[in-house]
Design a protein around this ligand. Structure first.
Ligand code: NDP
Length: 386
């Protein structure tokens, strides 16, 4: 039996991971499960999976968690420090599925104990790219890319040298608003933006998919995970989400990973790595899918991939600033404070107004993140009418 901790257990990735664990009860024992404030759901999961520890990031929700777990011997804790302590407990596998930069501290704690981490929390790598990858090398940790695109690339690279790679292509579904006009995009509501045609995901990443910022963040993530050079990374829109990404080698062989649009596939690939495990999914039926299509990204209507590319080209603090501004803007959009087109406008505006020296430590990254959020909040007002 292998031990597992799931950071962000009450979310979409958490649910997919626990579904696989549930189907393999003899393979896994659960050490810790965490949430932000979904205390009842966390308690239910902790009981079902016999977790040793349940942690809420928001300390004000600890009372509710304690009450929900009273009469059990499951330990409880709350607060940011408790999340990091949970992540630092020795386990065979940590699934990092907290949404946003809030997941960075716990990811770093798992890295610092040299753990094996299935990394879904892309914002951690975007914000702290160099700091996190240096810590991975220093502590001998293993990052298994769980984002479907990066997991696809990881699989296509298996057994090959990065030096042989001519190009890595990230595929993008284009999101639910891909074919909308400028006018329609300006009027898009949160409900429309989160209604992804292929994937069922949390609200933040669903909005990121609609703006294409998700692909921008993934571009930055790919740069850190697969350091082939920015010139060898590109994005292609592929609305069917059947090919999850591709690696072209210098002999012009292109390897692609295909599969159903269900995160249990890449999660299973990480959980079983370097072996394989069963998933409950139907086999891919290419004949019924019929057609796979590809388009270049439209960076006029969806400027997010350009903004992300420019921020990683600028380097230093820029990706952390971009990520923080995007998190603020997406939350404001979901709260109906700003329009859809204002999300990327706020991100670009914040990058133009705020700069900082390149972060060297986790504390530097968190400081930049906090400052950038303050700038982004100020930018919300000036962009409210975009
Ligand atoms: P969800 O919003 O569904 O879940 C987020 C999880 O993080 C919940 O458990 C939530 O707890 C917890 N959380 C939120 N804020 C905090 C905080 N401040 N401190 C501690 N915990 C917190 O997100 P997803 O599962 O969709 O995404 C998780 C990560 O995986 C993201 O980084 C996303 O980009 C990435 N990812 C997701 C994919 C997907 O298909 N969903 C695909 C590829 C990557 P609570 O329930 O209490 O709010």
């Amino acid at each position: 039996m292998r031990s597992i901790t799931i950071l962000g257990a009450t979310g979409s990735i958490g649910a997919s991971t626990l579904d696989l664990v549930r189907r393999n009860p003899d393979a896994w024992k659960v050490e810790a499960l965490t949430a932000n404030c979904s205390a009842q759901e966390l308690a239910r999961l902790a009981r079902e999976f016999g977790a040793k520890l349940a942690v809420v990031g928001d300390e004000s929700c600890l009372g509710e968690l304690r009450e929900a777990l009273s009469g059990t011997d499951i330990e409880t804790a709350g607060g940011t420090k408790a999340l990091c302590e949970a992540a630092a407990r020795p386990v065979d596998m940590t699934v990092a599925a907290i949404v946003g930069c809030a997941g960075l501290g716990p990811v770093m704690a798992a890295v610092e104990r040299g753990g094996t981490i299935a990394l879904a929390n892309k914002e951690a790598l975007v914000s702290a790219g160099e700091v996190l990858t240096a810590a991975v090398a220093k502590h001998g940790a293993t990052l298994l890319p769980t984002d479907s695109e990066h997991n696809a690339i990881f699989q296509c690279l298996a057994g090959n040298d990065l030096k042989e790679v001519a190009r890595i292509t990230l595929t993008a579904s284009g999101g639910p608003l891909r074919t909308w006009s400028d006018e329609q995009l300006r009027a898009a509501t949160p409900e429309q933006a989160v209604a992804h045609p292929n994937w069922s995901m949390g609200a933040k990443i669903s909005v990121d998919s609609a703006t294409m910022m998700n692909k921008g963040l993934e571009f930055i993530e790919a740069h850190h995970l697969f350091p082939v050079g920015l010139g060898k990374l590109r994005i292609v829109v592929h609305p069917q989400s059947v090919i999850h990404s591709m690696v072209e080698y210098r002999d012009r062989s292109t390897l692609a990973q295909l599969g159903p649009s269900d995160m249990r596939v890449p999660i299973a690939s990480c959980l079983a790595w370097p072996q394989r495990m069963e998933t409950p999914l139907e086999p891919l039926d290419l004949a019924s899918i019929g057609e796979l299509t590809f388009f270049p990204p439209d960076e006029t209507r969806f400027p997010a991939t350009r903004i992300a590319r420019e921020s990683i080209e600028a380097g230093g603090a820029a990706p952390a600033i971009l990520n923080a501004a995007n998190e603020v803007a997406v939350a404001a959009f979901l709260d109906s404070q700003i329009g859809f087109m204002a999300i990327t406008a706020v991100a670009e505006d914040t990058l133009a107004r705020y700069s900082a020296p390149a972060p060297r430590t986790l504390e530097d990254v968190l400081g930049i993140d906090a400052e950038a959020r303050a700038f982004a909040r100020r930018s919300l007002e000036s962009n409210a009418c975009v």
